[in-house]
Design a protein around this ligand. Sequence first.
Ligand code: PXP
Length: 238
Amino acid sequence: MPSLSVNIDHVATVRQARMTNEPDPVWAATLAELGGAEGITLHLREDRRHVQERDLHLLGQTAAVRLNLELACSDDVLKIACQTRPFQATLVPERREEVTTEGGLDVAGNPAHVADAVKRLQDAGIVVSLFIDPDRAQIDAAVASGANAVELHTGAYAHAAAEFSAADQLQVLHDAAAQVVSAGLTLHAGHGLTYRNVRPVAKIPQMCELNIGHSIISRAIMVGLEQAVRDMSRLVSS
Ligand code: PXP
């Protein structure tokens, strides 16, 4: 059974829309823990569009479950990670103009750069995972980089338009997972997973961790909105 690590970036996205102090992703992390999350994931982007350094520092002090910091292989955030020392770091590609992380890290195309980042993080005592496409060459390169784990990008599966193409993409994930596990790396997956499509991925043998954000935060808005309006309505009419 994989563990669930809840990505709280989108709570910070709503906060940053007004540059205020609510909703606080640190509170959200506590609620996620109360709901059974076994990990909290956050992405400190170079442009700081959602998560701020303050969030990472506070979560480092308050999270009772494993903290998984997503970051690019860039000096600025690597330094912050090594100082803050979350339990785990997941190296991801990053482009300023993207809406969310698009595609996996090109480990095969930048082996020395990635291996250097892996070593810096591991020397600081951090477990390192690489977010990559389910591709043989990328997995071989991830193994060679010395990383502890691989997070398989599930976007192609999640966004497959038809059921038969989702089945094809699920097979791609199974094959990639078998390669990761036989190389001795820990298996993670994430991106685009929802309440509808998560189960086949959760059932992949030896799947250890799933990182899920957007779908959980989306549902939280829906299941919480009615009560939030009731609370405001009571104040307005009292
Ligand atoms: N894993 C990684 C590496 C990501 O970059 C993201 C998106 O922030 C996720 C998982 C979660 O994706 P989603 O928000 O679609 O659940």
